[in-house]
Design a protein around this ligand. Structure first.
Ligand code: AMP
Ligand code: MG
Length: 517
């Protein structure tokens, strides 16, 4: 494990906070503050992602693994730091935020996956903790660990998770913010990504008029993470960088819509500059298709971050990034061009994903209406999105029947209300597919690669959490195993592919989550 090759470019090349105390404060003129994890009493490894361990070249069986990834011990080359960043939260500028409980350990140079930064989430207080404790609870750590790995295996860009370690310490949280604080088991996830820089990392120096720091951050980001643009002169390099961020964010939004993922807290401090899904909090998966659904109870009133609004919010967030970067540009044209590119890429990618979900090799005129009509039916029929698309592949095209997708219905009355319209939609769809001329085997392969059988339904995560809180980690292991092959049928695991049970419809943790984590 000591052969990890650290190359800590971020802390080496960017300015550090000169104050090394760990008191909450405003940090100006620096990209980060040096801080070490606070030790925990009894670290115990709950789960490890085999793929991430392999990517980094660490063996979970090596002695000391739990101590290192709980922050109790440091490998040679590791260093501790918390990043400074700000953000727009729920539409309003919130000022300095920063890593309040995530502590960077350094960047590893891997053999096949380039630079990978390690970060412990829940590792203790930092200068950015404000009044909070710097810790994370087991329930939200399980959710982050499982979901980031599930997203990766679904083909959705995301930060990864190496390990989930229980700390042996309790953490007090008021789960629904209703005046009932209670102790819960604590945990630490080791997150892994080429970089954890966020839109808010650039917004903070820009908001303070610190253009020198802003420029250093952008130059560093381009040189380290977008080297293709490093040789473009001045503004052209910045423009290419911003456009690339817009394109990646557009593609990310299309992916979220494809798999039915709702982030829940798309504040600009939770938007990765690399276009990765980052900061898994009160996220959720759509069961019955509903663009208005949000898992985040903190956002219940306005539903700003509801499922169907994510592409618009992605654009709004990029506008905030454009504003932050504007001191590096002489005019707004290049930034506007990047934003326009966002719209183009989102529309093209979303159309391509929608066609692929239906098994259509090439989108063509009229498909948009086919997709729009289907979305209307899924909504009024209260149909399960994941089951519908997966089962659609088994439709008999010569004699399409609604029973092929019957498992997707939650409610008989709703089924009755759309049955006829659905029947005629299926006929239209079958005719369109017959017209497509791509061989059946190719169509099925395309559908099976676009429509997962297994996603991390909210109630499944909650069941694994309930078991883990009683000391049984097997629910976590079973989900991790299953979600490593989300597009494969896995005999014996049908119970993880069914509809959300009725009891889970309005249960805390299953359909209602808060930011308390
Ligand atoms: P989030 O909503 O998780 O993206 O967090 C927003 C901000 O609050 C970030 O700056 C976090 O680091 C900080 N934060 C959230 N929870 C804690 C905690 N338990 N201790 C310290 N800081 C926290
Ligand atoms: Mg965050």
């Amino acid at each position: 494990m000591t052969d990890l090759r650290f190359d800590n470019a971020f802390v080496r090349e960017l300015p550090a906070d000169s104050d090394t105390s760990n008191l909450p404060r405003q940090v100006a003129g620096a990209a980060f503050s040096r801080v070490d994890p606070t030790p925990v009493p009894a670290p115990r490894v709950v789960a490890v992602s085999p793929e991430v361990a392999d990517m980094l070249g660490v063996s979970p069986d090596r002695p000391g693994f739990a101590d290192v990834f709980a922050g109790n011990a440091r490998l040679q080359g590791m260093t501790g730091y918390a990043m400074a960043y700000g953000g727009h939260q729920f539409g309003h500028w919130a000022g300095q935020l920063g890593d309040g409980r995530a502590i960077g350990l350094g960047e590893v140079l891997t053999e096949r996956h380039g630079r990978q930064e390690l970060q412990l989430k829940g590792a203790g207080r930092t200068p950015y903790s404000r009044g909070a404790d710097g810790r994370a609870v087991l329930r939200s750590s399980i959710r982050e660990f499982l979901c980031s790995e599930a997203m990766h295996h679904l083909g959705v860009p995301t930060t990864r998770a190496l390990s989930l370690v229980a700390t042996g310490e309790s953490v007090v949280r008021d789960v629904m913010y209703d005046g009932h604080p209670a102790p819960e088991p604590g945990a630490i996830v080791c997150r892994v990504a080429p970089s954890f820089l966020r839109f808010g990392s650039y917004e903070l120096p820009s908001s303070r008029g610190d253009v020198a720091l802003l420029r250093r951050l952008v130059d560093f980001t381009i040189a380290t993470h977008f080297p293709a643009f490093a040789d473009l002169p001045g503004e052209r390099g910045y423009a290419a960088f911003f456009t690339e961020v817009c394109e990646r964010t557009a593609s990310l939004m299309a992916h979220w819509m494809r798999v039915g993922f709702v982030h829940g807290v798309m504040n600009t401090d939770n938007m990765s500059i690399l276009g990765l899904t980052i900061d898994y909090g009160p996220y959720g998966w759509v069961d019955n298709f509903d663009p208005d659904w949000t898992p985040n109870t903190t956002d219940r009133a306005h539903r700003r971050y509801r499922f169907g609004q994510q592409p618009q919010v992605g654009y709004w967030n990029l506008q905030r990034l454009a504003q932050a970067l504007s001191p590096l540009f002489t005019g707004v044209e290049a930034l506007q061009a990047g934003l326009d590119r966002y719209v183009e890429v989102f529309e093209a990618t979303d159309a391509a994903f929608s066609a692929a979900k239906l098994g259509l090799a090439h989108a063509r005129e009229g498909d948009e209406a086919l997709v729009a009509d289907l979305r209307g039916l899924l909504l009024t029929g209260e149909m399960d999105m994941t089951i519908f698309f997966r089962d659609l592949a088994s439709l008999d095209l010569s004699s399409p029947r609604t029973r092929s997708v019957g498992e997707a219905f939650y409610d008989e009355a709703r089924r009755g209300a759309v049955e006829e319209a659905l029947q005629s939609w299926l006929q239209r769809y079958a005719a369109r597919v017959r017209d497509d001329e791509s061989p059946a085997s190719e169509r099925l392969a395309l559908m099976h690669a676009s429509n997962p059988r297994y996603v991390l339904r909210n109630y499944l995560a909650q069941q694994a959490i309930d078991r883990a809180e009683r000391g049984d980690d097997d629910g976590v292991h079973e989900l991790l195993e299953t979600l490593r092959q989300p597009y494969d049928e896995q005999p014996g695991r049908e119970h993880l592919a069914g509809r959300r049970p009725d009891w889970a419809r309005e249960r805390v943790g299953c359909s209602m989550l808060s930011c308390s984590s």
